[in-house]
Design a protein around this ligand. Structure first.
Ligand code: 1PR
Length: 589
């Protein structure tokens, strides 16, 4: 996962590590050091113990978490599989590990910087060269290569020949590469034995390419525009570009096989048919406190979440953690939580929401997105919280992506007015630190009919169904604060601007269609998904399985999200997927 977690890196390097005062050797020196294998352990005795205790039969796993982001999911998955975690504090902890997992997060350059400063880079090289059990994940794979173009070129650990480059979006492939894709296994890698034809979850903008020089390392590739390295294996050294901790049962089996090579894994009863990037089906939980103060999943009609009764109470469709767990079991490819009163309640004061995330991420091994209230905030005591702090707390609590609604609208309006990227908006700050792929912008537009295309300054479309007064055109007005306030910007304009400001994905709602069960707003989704080159999630209006095939056939949406039909158990997620498969649309099963 490519991102730049400056704050965390710094704090880890300066506070957590006793040897942070090590002089800052250049990355080039490090690269040479790796090849020369020059690391001298300060504790040779421990190194010997390590070498002789290589049985990997214990239940302790060493985790290299250099503090750059969310490795909570990896921790949860390891614990779920019955293993204990020991954190790396010093380079010697690496050398003394029985098995080491390195879930790389952050940007390539920053990661190399912290590994170099802390002496971990040399320890890693020594550990890997000694063929010790190792599993790198995502950036943990990329760092093994010679260099990366990410904010570079920047030299890597130099253990595997090859350069990590950015995906090319000019050929129609959306970047970041987000979602469930298929592997082509090149050689026996053991840890991939249960993957077969099942999809695994990727989220990244950079990738290493297979070549003659690195073919002895490459154990599988994946195709996204071109073939890239999905996993490597040599002896006991493994690394995967995908996220096993977010790839459901199949991903857990990858981890299990690494942690306990003698295990047989869980053979999936269904045969996979993965061949390419799958269209995603996402379950969405709109969450808010009800009138008694309990956090409940609710669902509105055109954003009105109150029962139309005398009591006028908030609709209560269940408990967030339970429902999320159920949707994971039912086959949801992702689960989104939207804290729909976040615009008025400060999320960090909303500890139950953080608890919901923490509990959910213990048992749900697909990506979790959380949104609502991500903005700068000053509390009643005058304490200022930046949007980055709010987002960081969400990530720490188990979110893989955060979603920004209202604040992204204000940032886009400002950018259109000034043409200046200040770098200060929540969108820019969070995507800079955690990477574009971790930032979703949630758009809440409302259809506004007009007589002609030039009646407004915003992009209009010729609508498929005319408006109430026979209008043939419409524009989609963005709103803030849960649809309460219309703003002078269209969904088309907003989408294009937020892509420029660093959004990695768009969650495209539609207030008119929300909760109506009459299908997605195809006009809107086509308009926006054709306008940007980042993935677009179609949302609002699903009422039947056919609505999902329609949106995938008629638009360039990468995913479709629904709430009401899943909460009311009208249509199971599995039925949606079976229908899509029948219609020839690839999904993860
Ligand atoms: O503005 O950054 O605080 O974020 C608030 C977030 O909460 C936004 O993502 C906004 O979409 C969401 N939100 C605010 N108010 C409501 C509401 O319903 N009153 N929910 C709301 C948005 C839309 C979808 C919904 C789909 C599918 N809900 O998430 O789940 O429309 O529903 P359906 O399948 O039943 O048709 P900020």
């Amino acid at each position: 996962m490519e991102a730049v977690a400056y704050a965390s890196f710094t704090s880890f390097a300066t506070k957590s590590l006793p040897f942070s005062s090590l002089s800052q050797s250049s990355i080039i020196n490090l690269h040479q050091n790796c090849h020369k294998n020059t690391l001298k352990s300060k504790s040779p005795r421990k190194l010997v113990v390590c070498a002789s205790s290589a049985s990997s039969s214990g239940s302790v796993v060493t985790l290299l978490d250099y503090g750059a982001g969310n490795v909570r999911s990896v921790r949860n998955a390891i614990r779920y599989l019955g293993f204990e975690i020991e954190d790396v504090r010093t380079p010697e902890d690496i050398l003394n590990a029985d098995r080491l997992i390195f879930p790389g997060v952050g940007a390539f350059a920053s990661a190399m910087d912290v590994l170099t400063k802390t002496g971990m880079a040399e320890a890693l090289c020594t550990y890997i060269k000694n063929d010790r059990p190792f599993l790198g994940i995502c950036l943990g794979l990329q760092l093994l290569f010679e260099s990366s173009e990410e904010n570079g070129p920047v030299n890597g650990l130099g253990l595997i020949p090859g350069v990590v480059g950015r995906f090319n979006s000019s050929n129609g492939f959306r970047v970041p590469h987000i979602g469930w894709n298929a592997l082509q296994v090149a050689k026996d890698s053991e840890i991939l034995d249960d993957v077969g034809d099942h999809h695994v979850y990727f989220v990244h903008s950079y990738r290493a390419m297979p070549s003659d020089d690195n073919k002895e390392w490459v154990s599988s590739t994946c195709n996204y525009g071109d073939d890239f390295v999905a996993s490597i294996r040599r002896g006991n050294v493994h690394a995967v570009q995908f996220h096993p901790e977010k790839s459901g049962d199949v991903g857990l089996s990858v981890l299990r096989r690494f942690l306990n090579p003698k295990s047989q894994g869980t053979k999936k009863s269904t045969q996979g048919k993965a061949s390419k990037l799958a269209k995603r089906v996402i379950a969405c939980l709109d969450v808010r406190a009800n009138d008694k103060g309990d956090l409940v999943v609710t669902k509105g009609d055109q954003y009105d979440v109150r029962e139309h009764t005398k009591e006028n109470e908030v609709r209560n469709l269940g408990k967030p953690v339970e429902l999320a767990g159920q949707y994971y079991k039912d086959g949801a490819d992702e689960v989104s939580f939207l804290n729909i009163t976040g615009f008025r309640d400060f999320p960090l004061g909303d500890l139950p929401m953080l608890q919901v995330l923490r509990h959910t991420s213990e048992n749900v091994f697909v990506p979790l997105t959380v949104g609502g209230g991500i903005r700068d905030f000053t509390d009643a005591n005058g304490r200022y919280y930046s949007s980055l702090e709010v987002a960081s707390e969400y990530f720490r609590s188990g979110a893989d992506k955060i979603s920004i609604g209202s604040d992204a609208v204000y940032a886009a309006e400002e950018y259109i007015k000034t043409k200046v990227k200040t770098g200060k908006s929540s969108l820019e700050q969070i995507s800079k630190v955690y990477g574009n792929q971790a930032v979703v912008v949630s758009i809440d537009p409302r259809r506004v009919y007009v007589k002609g295309p030039n009646d407004v300054q915003f992009k209009t479309i010729r609508v498929t169904k005319p408006g109430p007064n026979g209008e043939e055109y419409a524009w989609y007005q963005c709103t803030v604060n849960g649809g309460r306030e219309g703003r002078p910007i269209g969904a088309y304009e907003l989408a294009k601007v937020v892509e420029e400001l660093g959004a990695g994905e768009i969650l495209l709602n539609c207030i008119d269609c929300d909760g109506q069960g009459k299908g997605f707003d195809i006009d809107l989704i086509k308009l926006v998904s054709d306008a940007v080159s980042i993935p677009v999630i179609a949302s609002s209006g699903a009422g039947a399985v056919e609505h999902f095939s329609e949106v995938f056939m008629k638009t360039n949406a990468s995913a479709a999200l629904a709430a009401g039909i899943f909460h009311r158990k009208e249509v199971p997620i599995q039925s949606v997927k079976e229908h899509l498969l029948k219609e020839g649309i690839e999904v993860r099963i």
